[in-house]
Unconditional design. Structure first.
Length: 161
């Protein structure tokens, strides 16, 4: 007789174990890094009123800076948009860490939209022969895209329950 013959699995008693909340906090941590990046980029370019001219390497990573000069003006709108994005991400991150499920979808949608913007910005910089300036937008793209992708994976959804 085989040792496993006649073996029956034991019945499960009680409710199933709760999923870990760690994935929700991992996603929240990534979004905190994105928010800090937004505040640092905007802060570097708004200090002492010098505007985007003082740190051009970081200024190219401001959200909206690649828009035409007639639209963006001197860059203050891009600084304000980056501050706003950082604040919205920070608020939604707090809601994500409170495990409110809708916050992860809003963050993911915003993140994918901003990622598309950064892809366009990097392509535009490369086409205009400003390839040395793509490092900071590349890092921003990587952070926004990583946080967005982590937010939509199933373990984060299970952690929201």
């Amino acid at each position: 007789m085989h040792p496993n013959q006649g073996w029956q699995p034991q019945p499960q008693w009680g409710p199933p174990p709760r999923p870990s909340i760690a994935p929700a906090f991992l996603a929240g941590g990534l979004w905190l890094v994105v928010s800090v990046l937004c505040f640092v980029l905007a802060g570097l370019n708004s200090e002492q009123g010098k505007g985007v001219g003082q740190t051009p390497e970081a200024a190219v990573a401001l959200i909206g800076i690649i828009l035409p000069r007639e639209v963006i003006g001197n860059g203050d709108a891009a600084i304000a948009a980056t501050y706003t994005a950082g604040g919205v991400v920070l608020l939604l991150t707090a809601l994500l860490m409170a495990r409110l499920g809708f916050a992860r979808w809003i963050l993911a949608g915003l993140g994918f939209l901003v990622s598309i913007y950064y892809v366009v910005a990097i392509v535009r910089l490369a086409v205009n022969h400003a390839g040395t300036f793509i490092i900071v937008p590349g890092i921003a793209l990587l952070l926004w895209l990583t946080a967005s992708m982590i937010s939509v994976i199933p373990p984060v959804g299970k952690a929201m329950r």
